[in-house]
Design a protein around this ligand. Structure first.
Ligand code: ATP
Ligand code: FE2
Length: 328
């Protein structure tokens, strides 16, 4: 069984093709990079309109797959930016009608989780999903993924991006902060905002900008922000492990590319004698392969949607989606 997946929730347009044993047969992506500032949804959607036809061709060619070999067309239905989601959904509907293949809706957050879970080989881990728009600690229970803790304001990646741009850098900020942090020496005092199982970043953003105005270097700020923010995430992940009595941790989302975060969460899990895992970076960031894989799981469990009912869901939460493929 081979499924094609379309991702277009935010800055990245991507087409992935995945087989039944979770092998990524083909993956073609193109990221919209704003000339300055953050993402402009309409401009990002226009970018996706331009690149999707060639991404579909490239993914099929690299997978050496013919459209008639495909079992289903999966697409990210939400959450995300409306104009971007609608572009990807239009491509998916077109392919579904053209090639007479069923359309399968996929939740983008669940897709980050499922690709990390299958690659890890860990069946029932706690998941730390850290991306641009989302920051959640998740565990599965009673038919769906349950959000145990999350950000109370912005996603950690958006926080890193916003901070870096305000320090004179460019989008995306996360990888640039990771490089700058390697040169940092001093750990500057920043707000450590953990509220029960939740976290918040806006206080740290303001405090970092104030410290910068007072002469703190970008390197020291990057180092201090990483240590503080990733400690917060490690703490709530550890508490989720203990309370839910799970025995493994899996990371997903773009910020899970970060080596310091991987190391800190890995050390925490190891201290309990538990394994941890983060996917290769190309599968941590937004990609069509995770949509294809989750679409394959969903399709096998009988999930499909008629084109006429396939409108996008910009606010679809992780814990709203049923996961029939995990129910035994
Ligand atoms: P979602 O819709 O799931 O919130 P997203 O649209 O933000 O996802 P992702 O590709 O999952 O997209 O994540 C992108 C984010 O990951 C950006 O904010 C980027 O700065 C951050 N990021 C990427 N690489 C790193 C890194 N090495 N360290 C820290 N952050 C990173
Ligand atoms: Fe994402």
């Amino acid at each position: 069984m081979v499924v094609l997946g379309i991702e277009s929730t935010a800055h990245t347009a991507s087409v992935g093709i995945v087989s039944e044993n979770a092998e990524v047969l083909g993956l073609a992506s193109d990221m919209y990079k704003p000339a300055s500032g953050g993402i402009h949804p309409r401009e990002a959607a226009n970018h996706h309109v331009e690149v999707f036809p060639s991404l579909v061709e490239r993914a099929l060619a690299s997978a050496k797959v013919n459209p008639r070999d495909l079992e289903a067309i999966a697409f990210a239905q939400g959450p995300g930016l409306g104009p971007c989601l609608r572009t990807g959904a239009t491509v998916a509907r077109t392919l579904s009608l053209l090639w007479h293949r069923p359309l399968v809706p996929v939740n983008h957050c669940v897709a980050h989780i499922e690709i990390a879970r299958v690659l890890s080989g860990l069946d029932d881990p706690v998941l730390l999903y850290a991306s641009g728009g989302n920051t959640q600690v998740i565990a599965h229970g009673s038919g769906r993924y349950r959000v145990l803790g999350e950000t109370l304001d912005v996603g950690i990646g958006n926080f890193l991006d916003k901070l870096w741009i305000s320090l004179g850098g460019q989008f995306p900020g996360g990888p640039a902060i990771e490089r700058a942090a390697l040169e940092g020496i001093d750990l500057l005092p920043l707000p450590y905002s953990v509220h029960g199982m939740d976290v918040a970043f806006s206080g740290m953003l303001t405090a970092s900008q104030v410290l910068h105005a007072r002469g703190a270097s970008r390197e020291n700020l990057a180092y201090s922000v990483e240590v503080t923010a990733y400690s917060m995430l490690t703490e709530i992940t550890e508490r989720a492990l203990a309370h839910r009595k799970k025995e493994a941790v899996v990371l997903g989302g773009g910020v899970a590319c970060n080596e310091r975060l991987r190391t800190m969460v890995g050390a925490m899990a190891e201290s309990w004698g538990h394994p941890s895992f983060a996917p290769p970076k190309a599968l941590c960031v937004d990609n069509g392969a995770m949509i294809a894989w989750t679409g394959l799981l969903a399709w096998r469990a009988g999930v499909t949607i008629p084109v006429s009912a396939s409108e996008v869901q910009p606010r679809q939460r992780t814990d709203l989606v049923l996961t029939p493929w995990r129910n035994g």
